[in-house]
Design a binder for this molecule. Sequence first.
Ligand SMILES: *Cc1c(COP(=O)(O)O)cnc(C)c1O
Length: 386
Amino acid sequence: MTHSNKPQSLATLAVHGGRDALATDEPVAFPLYQSVNFKQEAGTAAGMRYPRYGNNPNAELVQKRLALLEGAEAGLVLASGQGATACALLALLRSGDHLLASSWIYGGTQQLVTKELPGMGIQCTLVDPMESRGWRKRLRKNTRAIFVESPVNPTARVLDLKPITALARELGLALVVDSTFATPVGFRPIEHGADVVIHSATKFLNGHHDVIAGAVLGTATYIEEVRQKMILWGQAPDPFACWLLERGLKTLDVRVKRATDNAMRVALWCATRPELSAVLYPGLPDHPDHEIALATLDGMGAMLAIVHRDGGDAMTNVVRRLQLIAHAPSLGGVDTLVSEPRFTSHEHLSASERAALGMPDGFLRISVGIEDPDDIIADLDQALRG
Ligand SMILES: *Cc1c(COP(=O)(O)O)cnc(C)c1O
């Protein structure tokens, strides 16, 4: 960013971050370099470009932009959020190391740390993030890192990072935060003491339901280690995915703010509905983490959940009646989507186990989009009335 010496705001970085002021005749939209090979100087290894190395020009631009948005030294874009998490952890942990991970994490992450890493000699303990001193109690001599996700899918719980950061600092552990739900518009973990930030860029960062990608942000030295894992495990993104992601990022600030405003409107409306026994949204005063969210987040986000008082079948019937809102498992895009975790991320649990995690049958997650909020509410209204 060389437009001026003034620090750029997030909304401006989202549009321009990583590009210099344009020269005459330079295209305003950064071109797609859909090429695997680039001519290289003879007699040197310098300047070699190959997309699997993460140095295609489209990857380099979006990596710089994401690092600026998160306030990180460096960033890397990978083939998926899952690939980002896997390479980020492989770069931190060796055989014989121990990881503490929040029990409230994305299902794919949970399986990675409990099924894949142990086979490589890396032990993992899941910790209930709300248990007081839970992290400290489960420390081992070989603990190297702490992994958390906040806000949490699908209950929209918000973690207080302060005590976790203090513990990580005290013991020299790396703190890794999956910040997919917050986006840099809502929360920048590095400013709060995290070492590594992970995103499923498939969600809000791209925001248009048409790209699968992930990102890791951290120090330049660490990102080089993640890059080595990405190269050797083949987790690099395609140039076109990077191009679409860069284009999606331009509207990140307006999309997230609009979706957040919509989510608040939808949550307040849902709170008046007799068919619903609960509305979970950090922006509502009765949410268990409302105070932490107010103190730490820049905006309450676009994710909320509702519970039908008549249980699972009643909510499935509501979902069947929706017309504007689509039933689809993903989130974080311009279209409002809903999903029932009992058929997706939490299908492997029993109804009582799900209820204990805060999602009784009849629970519906809503990823609020950027449509007119009155239209979102009208669709929910007709579907709830039946
Ligand atoms: C979707 C998601 C992931 C995985 O990302 P993919 O892009 O689907 O691989 C990881 N963490 C969170 C919080 C997610 O929502």
